[in-house]
Ligand binder design. Sequence first.
Ligand SMILES: [Zn+2]
Length: 261
Amino acid sequence: MDRNESAPAIVIKSERYKERDRIITLLSPVWGLRRVVVYGAQKSRKAVKASLYTEAVFHIYENRERRQTSLVDLNIISIHENVSESLETSFAASLMCEIIMKERGEDAPAYYSLLTGLIDTLCAENYRRSVIQFVIRALDISGLAPDFIRCPDCGRRYAEAEILGFSRSGLTPCCSDCDSMSGSFILPPNARRYLKDSLSCDAQKAMSFEISQRMETSLMRYTIRLYRMVTSAELKSALMLSELSAGTQELDVVVSTGNKR
Ligand SMILES: [Zn+2]
């Protein structure tokens, strides 16, 4: 039995398919992840276009016999053209989508609202902060975000000015005593506070927290590395991003006061 369906969604992947068509992957709060063929997208001017990062109400047609779903029409909500502003913003958006692809449609409503909310904040100035917020919240959605209050290994409450290490066995940030990476993957107190405060409010609010560009760069690397360690995911766009933002140092460590500047 064939049928037509409609739902809001955003294009998170777009690939060539055969000679004239494309296959797009949609993230929808209703469908989860869904692969949809766009016939003629490659050649025909008349074909319905749904380029990468287009957010819309998608009308699709499912042909059960051919086991294929195709795009019929769409009502655009936003094409998020800010993403193509720079290489950095493009890689940031592609990192977000890579993480979502990896989740295979789990928690789709939460990821949909996270992505559509944060993709709008991407700009050459802000992309690091958007990435930090996305990654830490993605970990939170999967139930893998640390609370940054107590050490998950020994249960001890962190001291105010404590620099967190990382526990290889627990795959989590931990207190300095439980650190099993000899201080090679650390989180200073000011950065920890920023992450903890971020998770205590919504993404839009957290985007307004002021941090220095240097801390943004370090924290972007930290959160991406954290994500990769915790989920053992390879993230191709992460490599590109860190190469682009190269030249900045590791997280600043101020042991005595816990305050930067
Ligand atoms: Zn501990």
